[in-house]
Design a protein around this ligand. Sequence first.
Ligand code: ADP
Ligand code: MG
Ligand code: ZN
Length: 483
Amino acid sequence: MKYIATIGLEVHAQIRTASKMFCGCRTDAAHAAPNTNVCPTCLGLPGALPVPNRSAIEQIVKTGLALHSTIAVDSTMSRKNYFYPDLPSSYQRSQYEDPLCVGGHVDIVVNGVDRRINLTRIHIEEDTGKLNHMPDGTSLIDYNRAGVPLMEIVSEPEIQSAEEARLYFQSLHQLLSWIGVNSGNLEEGALRCDANVSVRPEGQKEFGSKVEIKNVNSFKNVERAINFEIERQIQVLTDGGTIKQSTRGWNDATGKTVEQRSKEFAHDYRYFPDPDIPPFQMDRTLVAEIATRLPELPSARRQRFITEYAVSPADADLLTANTAVAAFYETTVAATIKQNGTARDASVWILGEFFRLLNDQGESLAAASERMTPAHIAELIGLLNKGTITRASAKEVFEICYREGTAPEAIVAARGMAVIGDSDALLTMAREAVAANPKAVADFKAGKDAAIKFLVGQIMRQSRGQASPQAAEAAVVAALAEV
Ligand code: ADP
Ligand code: MG
Ligand code: ZN
């Protein structure tokens, strides 16, 4: 029997605001001493009243606009009731009936094929506190994170494989950082994903019961957890069992999901509109104004790089991985064109040498670009295109510039790295190479043209890559004519 998997993701993203969702406590206190960043509101003390964070709401609207959602005019905050130690008020403020953003979509490319994953909604939520389980069996609670603004992005159950789910999550990660609403810091939990997974026999119309895997926070683990869960469910069904709706946790160490609680439905939470927060009414003019704050989005910028700068789709992906890379590239293109280079020259050097050095050194673009600037790369391309240095020297100059931040022209001057095109000097080197390599000379006389290449190679080695390859070949031909 063949089974089909169905997946829907719920992604929680912390919103980049200075203060919490309903009080004035700071949001950047994740590393502060426990319970120092709290107030009566985020501790859920009786009588404390919430004040919604305008910036958080605006940033969710911004996200909704970037993801092609409809921004609701009327939306309400609700209470999701459940008791858990990290939730001091015994309810989480969230949205239920009327979320702020409705619909929308995320476009991804899976094995070269375009796929559109539709969104159900994007809603406002607040984060819970953090439990720390101690070795002696006690648990400690830290409310610093309680009340930090979140948005929850809910997909339709349309994702068909673990790989698609990972690509969808990665695409959201890129977009949210790109438009500046989320830090993108997965390690610190700024973006977390719950994966809902079900399987059904091929030919069956209705979805199977879903299992929700909680809090998977890396791209790799989203894929691993879903793949494990699909296999597990198929095995249960194959063995004649049934899948019951439940919540499972992902264990990174064992590579397995484990049952946490069963049968949990929305109606169990007794959602009701929060009586402390009047319904929101989004002002259309404000929504239009927020739309003007959106930068050119990754997909548009990627397409523009392909058409305007003639880079390949794969290179365009790399050059739009984040806004920093894209901006660095475009600044380099502008500077390179002034040096009579092309946009392609810029992408070749950035994706080739620059990315290789960043990888080798484990350095960020931001840190490295304090030494190696777009102007430096353009200057180097100019020197190469003018024939001032050879390609081999250019790579060396690039590395020195990367390490030291010295301008390429200064490096070439200080180290005498300009190309050796002088025919007398090259002829001397060619004669020496001919004298030192009688076998190559014999090969040449026997009609083997490869011997010329070999002798040019000797000159390149002796000149540490600085000889002009064309001039060196001419010198070798001249030296061979003499013997
Ligand atoms: P709940 O009320 O339990 O939160 P929802 O219907 O709101 O459930 O869906 C939550 C998430 O689960 C959504 O991302 C949705 O796409 C996904 N989902 C719903 N039904 C299924 C299913 N049968 N299989 C896989 N995912 C599902
Ligand atoms: Mg849910
Ligand atoms: Zn507070």
